[in-house]
Each structure stands twice: as structure tokens, then as C-alpha cells.
Write a protein of this length. Structure first.
Length: 429
């Protein structure tokens, strides 16, 4: 059985984006055309009609590496932090033309561990970006954080910087499991962090959880979900653990030091998650994401809606609807290139099939689903006919349903088989 509620930063048999969009793994697309490096961001008149989703800034610094993580990160904050912040502001200046004058509505600092950045460097970063980009109409400014970094002093700095949303990697409320996977915080520190944020006036808090962790049981997972709910965060994300090759946890599994949770148990954990959160009033708006009414992640929702975005920093990705740009996964290479006055990104052009497949995969992850009429308008009659024909089979099987006169969404049973459903709906010309 295949399930596609692993995180956007984790495996799938389709195309997977990180929540932070600092890594993109392509599994099935066919040789997108490579384009020469350019700092202009030109792609004909198409670019002029696009509205940017917002700006993502990758902060790669961590105090230590979690055993399951294969994101680009570094422990070199003390050595390179100030220089990196300068490079980020310089890159924003070099690439601001890619926004084409569009209003920046969301800003997202992801990582890595952005909360590891000292407040003075965070202030320098925000001031620098504000001088280069128009951030006066920001609707959502998110920073990711580890609970042990969320001190009263750190929280107090956020409102004056304009931060109005914090996404916190709690992962579990079981201290033995947190130690096993290399997390620095305890369950108690996670609870205290939420209280610190609220005292500072941050009233939009998101908590990340992971299910399928070694040693996790249905009972302990249920307890973690309920403890998260008891903190009354506005948003909860939950992802299935993936053993990424080369990570410490992968080596531990290969060496018999840890045992992988069976898939059927992971499926049951996901059912528990959905039931508990929906009973508590959370809306299930994306396969891995739940929010109280009015608190969907605006930044990430734009990704899922196929809206363009600008990514700054080492390993960051950008997307304009046709071109995918990506910075090097190398801190020194990124800094040297930017400080020499050159853009660091390479780029590739997505084919029509690439864009169709991404539209289907991302759309079906959400409660809004895929708008078949928009598929017809953007990709033509042939693509529309293929999609609707294949979709009928899954409607009959109970995996899909039609809403709002033309939107195809996964049913609860369909979510459990979403890899297979999405794979069938991808265009087979």
C-alpha cells in the first residue's frame, strides 16, 4: 500500500518538494530542458502576468544534526553567520527584478534552524531585506524555530521585526524518542516555548509532529497528538518518517539498532491524527497540514496552488511558473558567488508535461483539489480528457469525489492510496 502523507520534504514516488522548498527531488519527469545561467529572470511575456507567492529565505545553520534529516544544513554559524546574512541581502538585491514589481505578501525563514541565528543577525537580515524589497504589505512573516531556542528574550524580538507566525519543530512529546532522533529539546521545553511565544504576542503558532518514529506506539502517538492539541496551536503539521539514505537514522536501521515501524501501523497513526485533529476543530486542508479556521499557512498554500515564489540562500529554490531556479548546496560556493556580484542559481525549464503533473500532484494534496476546467484552459483539451477519464475510475472506486461542480478531491480512503491515485492521473501521452 502506498501513502502520500509523508512530508513535502520527504519521499514519495512522484515529485517531492520540501516544505521550505530548499530541496526538490524529481523521480519521474523526463529531462527538463536545461537553460543557461542568467540573473535576468527573463522568460518572455509570461513572467509579466505572474504574481509571486512570496519570498523564502533559507537559513542553513543548526546547532546539531537530527538523525533523520537530509536537508542542506551546516554547523558553521559562528564562522559564517554574518557573512551569510550579508550574502542573503546581496542576493535579494541582485534578484529583486524577478519579482517584476509584484507585492510581497509572505516571507518565510526556513532551515536548517533559523532560530539559531542571533537576534542581532536576524535584525540585520530583516533590515537588509526591507531596504531591498518592499515588505510593507506583508500579510504573513513566518520563522521556523526549535523549542529550546524559543526563550523569552528571543520571542520579545519577534514582534518588532514584523514576525507574526512561528513554526516550531516539536516532532514528539516523548523525551526518549526525542533523544533517539537527536532533537535538542524536551517535551517540557516545547510546552514552555508555546507559552513564551504567547506572552510575546505571537498568536499564530504552528507545531510539527512526526509519526512512524522508532519506538513509537499507537498509544504514545495518540498522546503526542493530544498534547499538541492541548497547547491550542493555530496550525499543526504531521509527517511520516522517512529513512533517507545516508542519514544517521538510516545507518541505525541498516545496522539493526532501530526497527522501522510497519506501514500498516503508520497508516493507523495517520487515521488517529486525522480523527483527533478534526474532532478538536482543525480543518484538514492539505494531506499533512491542519489548521483552525483562518490559519492556513498562506506561504505554503501558495506553493500548493502553483503560484510562483522567490527563494534566497544556499540550496533555496525559486519558481516562476515555467522556470525552476536552484542555488548550490554549498555554503562557501554560494557566498563567494553572490559576493562577487553574480547570481548563484542555475535553472531548468519545466516541460508542459512537468507542469501538468505538478499541478495534479500538488492539487490533490489539498482539500481544494484539482480544478478540471483550469486544467483544460492551461493544458488543452487532450490533457483535460485524459485527466477526467482516469479520474472516473477512481471516483467509481471511492478514491476521488467531485465538489463545486468541477474540482476533484481525494476521499479519506483515497488519501491512503494517494500515491497510486496521483500516479494514474499523471499525463501518459
Amino acid at each position: 500500500m502506498n501513502c502520500c502523507f509523508c512530508s513535502l520534504n520527504q519521499r514519495a514516488k512522484l515529485v517531492i518538494f520540501t516544505v521550505n522548498h530548499n530541496i526538490i527531488k524529481k523521480k519521474i519527469f523526463n529531462n527538463p530542458k536545461k537553460i543557461e545561467k542568467t540573473g535576468r529572470g527573463d522568460h518572455g511575456n509570461l513572467y509579466l502576468c505572474l504574481v509571486m507567492a512570496g519570498v523564502y529565505v533559507h537559513i542553513p545553520f543548526c546547532a546539531s544534526r537530527c538523525s533523520y534529516c537530509d536537508f542542506f544544513s551546516t554547523l558553521r554559524l559562528a564562522e559564517a553567520g554574518a557573512e551569510y546574512v550579508e550574502a542573503l541581502v546581496t542576493e535579494a538585491r541582485l534578484r529583486r527584478g524577478e519579482l517584476r514589481g509584484a507585492t510581497v505578501k509572505t516571507l518565510y525563514l526556513g532551515g536548517g534552524t533559523p532560530s539559531q541565528l542571533p537576534v542581532e543577525l536576524l535584525e540585520r537580515l530583516v533590515e537588509g531585506l526591507s531596504a531591498v524589497l518592499d515588505l510593507t504589505t506583508l500579510e504573513e512573516f513566518t520563522i521556523e524555530a526549535n523549542p529550546d531556542d524559543v526563550t523569552p528574550a528571543w520571542c520579545a524580538a519577534l514582534p518588532r521585526l514584523g514576525v507574526n507566525r512561528v513554526s516550531m519543530g516539536v516532532q514528539s512529546f516523548e523525551d526518549p524518542i526525542l533523544r533517539l532522533i537527536g532533537r535538542r529539546h524536551t517535551a517540557r521545553q516545547a510546552v514552555e516555548a508555546v507559552a513564551n511565544l504567547r506572552t510575546a504576542g505571537i498568536d499564530n503558532i504552528s507545531i510539527d509532529l512526526i509519526f512512524g518514529l522508532p519506538g513509537q506506539t499507537l498509544s504514545s502517538w495518540t498522546d503526542s497528538v493530544r498534547q499538541a492539541i492541548a497547547l491550542h496551536p493555530q496550525h499543526i503539521s504531521a509527517y511520516g518518517l522517512t529513512y533517507e539514505e545516508g542519514t544517521r537514522l538510516w545507518h541505525q536501521r541498516e545496522g539493526g539498532e532501530v526497527v522501522e515501524v510497519p506501514e500498516e501501523q503508520c497508516l493507523e497513526m495517520y487515521r488517529i491524527l486525522v480523527d483527533e485533529l478534526q474532532a478538536a476543530g482543525y480543518e484538514h486542508y492539505e494531506i499533512s497540514n491542519f489548521a483552525l479556521s483562518g490559519y492556513y499557512s498562506r506561504h505554503n498554500s501558495s506553493y500548493w496552488d502553483d503560484t510562483p515564489y522567490l527563494g534566497l540562500g544556499a540550496a533555496a529554490h525559486s519558481y516562476d511558473g515555467v522556470l525552476r531556479r536552484y542555488n548550490p548546496h554549498d555554503l562557501r560556493q554560494y557566498i563567494d558567488k553572490i559576493m562577487a556580484g553574480e547570481v548563484a542559481c542555475e535553472q531548468e525549464e519545466l516541460t508542459r508535461r512537468d507542469r501538468y503533473d505538478e499541478r495534479v500532484m500538488l492539487g490533490l494534496r489539498t482539500a481544494r483539489g484539482v480544478d478540471a476546467e483550469r486544467l483544460r484552459q492551461d493544458f488543452g483539451e487532450q490533457a483535460w480528457c485524459y485527466f477526467t477519464r482516469e479520474a472516473e475510475k477512481h471516483i467509481a472506486a471511492g478514491n476521488l469525489r467531485l465538489i463545486d461542480g468541477g474540482r476533484y478531491v481525494l476521499t479519506r480512503d483515497g488519501i491512503m492510496l494517494s500515491d497510486a491515485v496521483i500516479r494514474d492521473l499523471m499525463w501518459d501521452e
